[in-house]
Design a protein around this ligand. Sequence first.
Ligand code: NAD
Length: 263
Amino acid sequence: MSAMLAGKTALVTGSTSGIGLGMARALAAQGANLMLNGFGEPAQIEALRQEIEKTHGIKALHHGADMSKPTEIEDLMRSTEQAFGSVDILVNNAGIQHVSLVEDFPIEKWDAVLAINLSSAFHTARLALPGMKKRNYGRIINIASAHGLVASAQKSAYVAAKHGLVGLTKVIALETAQTGITCNAICPGWVLTPLVQKQVDARAQNEGVSGEEAKKRLLLEKQPSGEFVTPEQLAGLAVFLCSPAADQVRGVAWNMDGGWVAQ
Ligand code: NAD
């Protein structure tokens, strides 16, 4: 499987941290050139970009588009095509969370979660698809969530956005069914990234327990394995979805969640 993706270009949104960074590294390990995206300290992002280039012998660029802003997404897509000639693999991963009861949910948080976790994937896909169709090749991988399949209280915007992303995945899969383009969703359970660390910290504070105890409680409430899923495991699934063995995997919402949605 080595260098399976040589000559291909992968754009991974939200790839300066967590799951997106794991995806970017795994695709680079398969030989894909990378357009990184996401927020962070410029010097740290530049060091990361150089380190990935050196480790994998590929070309990596970073574009700082705010994925809640359609005009910035347009610039990201244009810049990627100009720099590399194509977007062959699109991983829609950028995401945020906000936890609150519906009646208390700040309107601007609702709008931001929907824009970043759902609408951004519509914008990147609508802009990537014409080139993918011309070349008759593409892989669109939407990072949804167990919350794309089942709900939890106090996560209205996130659950709505992730269910929406699973729906969008199926529509794109149908519209590309007779082409060399596939579109699928990956639905992770708990992964210990900065996004989840915030929820662990909030729980430790609210329940007056240690960080370790808060992690255990968070996991056992939803995830029967009692263990976190890792970005590397999720990236392994993304690499499989990019392989020829997955040519007829179309429109699935594939959970990797320690048994979360089996309950
Ligand atoms: P993270 O906070 O570690 O990383 C999020 C990434 O998105 C960062 O690179 C950040 O800079 C970027 N980002 C945030 N807002 C952005 C914006 N407006 N524009 C551009 N980039 C932006 O989070 P993570 O846990 O790695 O989450 C990645 C994806 O996985 C999200 O879509 C999340 O919903 C999903 N997910 C995470 C978990 C989990 O347990 N961590 C579980 C299921 C699904």
